[in-house]
Design a protein around this ligand. Sequence first.
Ligand code: PGA
Length: 263
Amino acid sequence: MSERRPFVGGNWKMNSTLKGASELIRGVADALAGEIAPIDVAVFPPCVYLLAVKSILRDRQSPIMLGAQDVYPEAEGAFTGEVSVDMLRDCGVQVILAGHSERRHVIGEDDELINRKVKAILEGGLRCVLCVGETLEQREDGRTHEVNEIQLRSGLAGIAEGLVDNLVIAYEPVWAIGTGQTATPDDAEEAHEKIREVLKDMYDGVSDRLRIIYGGSVKPGNAAGLFGQRSIDGGLIGGASLKIADFVPIVRASMQSVRSASE
Ligand code: PGA
């Protein structure tokens, strides 16, 4: 367990209904009320449910952060279907994902667009979770670290050290996302260490403070093993974040890793 403050995010992807999303956030916020002080917890609902989720969090004075799954890097204008950083901030959003593998590989976003998004988010004063990770083919070709490095350097191109305090990196091996296959804690740890070396080369002054979280089939049964690793500062949770009975114990596993580290 590291000395960095862990970050656990629930990425709801394109799931649920207004009623379901409201019940989910109520259940999570109530279960964790008064508990999450030592870590950062965020949820990333579908864009159309952001205001409803925000209102429930506000009513409960919950410290759970509101996150958005995507953003467009321009400030305003003729960009049909898109929303800006300012619009998301207006809805109470504090943190935004960029470079998620589904946006890269299903929607077809390239490194240049992802870089513009990261810049717009950080320059707009919000937190950004930049996701990187290799496909199964790239892993089998022994290219894991190279792919992560390329995605980091291009995603963060032109972003000054003064802006990266609000940056979290999520290492999400594509072959582990939604597949039930998880990287072993040792494999994930190794990838995180390499990612930190790249960050150190890019941002020597602040790299030790940047959080690197793991995503890809994190479940209540494997969370403690992953979060117990020195270089793993929390997780980005997809499928398991849709069930109160799964997400809450995962958040608690992260809190437990903080307690274990201070004992
Ligand atoms: P998963 O998704 O937990 O369902 O594998 C993780 C993610 O895509 O962020």
